[in-house]
Design a binder for this molecule. Structure first.
Ligand SMILES: [Cu+2]
Length: 361
């Protein structure tokens, strides 16, 4: 009898230990699963992105017919679009997973607002309301964060699930040139994959009318392969190390060298520059002239203007407004004067004094 009691006691103890072990292992499983579940699983996309052995650089890798391809490339339209009349500016963007060209012969699997990188330029006047509708036609959640907005991010900059749309409004009370971007985690991956653009908010008292107004969005590309035969994907390790393979104004390396922006002699030319990053600074400079006026944080507040300066930094996530008036006809390069970026793609030409027809040939 005593032996039987001991045996039963041992059995009960064994069952208790077994149950405790199962509970503990389930907890451990929950701990493993929870972070991914909380992030809707899209962190996995970044982790699964291509990685490059020893961080091999694909900078400058181009096919033999690169020049021909660069000439055939249709440049991103840098001209500031006109204002929309009325109190509300309605902006609709459809997010798409797309293969885009980022340099001659180099393709990349991007996530594009309206199917491109950068997304469309948004233009509003101080006091107008911007009504933003984002439709997600992509495979994973995305969102849109406007730096021009004063709004609760958890209410407005929320993840939009695939196949869904989301609308929010904000009043454009602050004049300036601002970045917008996807704010879905990991933000580094979403910006590096092309989810960014610029919004220009004109001051209620406008600046003097410019003859030419151009918007330049500086960005960086981090490639897991050269992108020549098959589209490259994001190399998250390079993005973390801030070692881009290509950089660009408006998404495509060197595009305004073959397709210069234009002005007539004596024109007031205004550049709205946004640095979309995701991580590096743009040291904006125009070769062969000096900026007449610079609003270093892009706020177009006359109290903050700088006159007669050569190079002004635009930080990642920031903007700057730059004005030049050039009398002598010629080709004036605009660059990020951190010269590695010129090599990687952040250079274009302002062609002063040549008819538009000739410039596009
Ligand atoms: Cu996104």
């Amino acid at each position: 009898m005593k032996t039987l009691m001991l045996g039963l006691g041992a059995l009960v103890a064994a069952v208790v230990i077994l149950v405790a072990a199962v509970v503990a292992s389930n907890r451990a499983l929950d701990d493993d699963v929870s972070p991914a579940a909380a992030g809707s699983g899209h962190e996995n996309t970044a982790n699964a992105s291509a990685t490059t052995p020893k961080g091999q650089s694909f900078a400058g890798v181009a096919p033999e017919n690169a020049k021909e391809l660069a000439l055939a490339h249709k440049p991103y339209p840098a001209e500031l679009p006109p204002l929309t009349p009325g109190p509300v500016v309605k902006v609709r963007m459809v997010l798409k997973d797309v293969t885009i060209q980022i340099a001659p012969g180099v393709s990349y699997q991007a996530w594009g607002f309206e199917g491109g990188a950068p997304g469309p330029i948004v233009h509003a006047r101080q006091g107008q309301t911007v009504e933003m509708t984002l439709t997600n036609d992509g495979a994973i959640p995305h969102s849109i964060d406007f730096h021009a907005a004063r709004i609760a991010p958890n209410e407005a900059f929320v993840d939009v699930m695939p196949g869904k749309s989301f609308t929010f409004r904000f009043k454009a009370d602050d004049p300036g040139v601002f970045m917008y971007h996807c704010g879905t985690k990991p933000v580094l991956a979403h910006i590096a994959n092309g989810m960014y653009g610029a919004i220009v908010v004109d001051p209620a008292t406008p600046l003097p009318k410019a003859d030419k107004e151009y918007v330049l969005v500086a960005g960086e590309w981090y490639l897991g392969s050269d992108g020549l035969d098959t589209p490259a994907q994001l190399d998250m390790n390079k993005a973390r190390a801030m070692m881009p393979d290509w950089t660009a104004f408006n998404g495509y390396a060197h595009q305004y060298v073959e397709h210069p922006l234009t002005a007539d002699p004596g024109d007031l030319v205004r550049f709205y520059v946004v640095d979309a990053g995701p991580s590096l600074t743009t040291a904006f400079h125009v070769v062969g002239t000096v900026f007449d006026n610079v609003y270093p944080n892009g706020d177009m507040n006359p109290a903050h203007v700088l006159n007669g300066v050569q190079t002004v930094d635009v930080p990642a996530g920031g903007g700057g407004v730059f004005e030049v008036k050039i009398d002598e006809p010629g080709l004036y390069p605009f660059v990020s004067h951190a010269f590695a970026h010129v090599d990687l793609g952040q250079v274009g030409l302002l062609e002063v004094g040549k008819p538009k027809e000739a410039a596009s040939q």
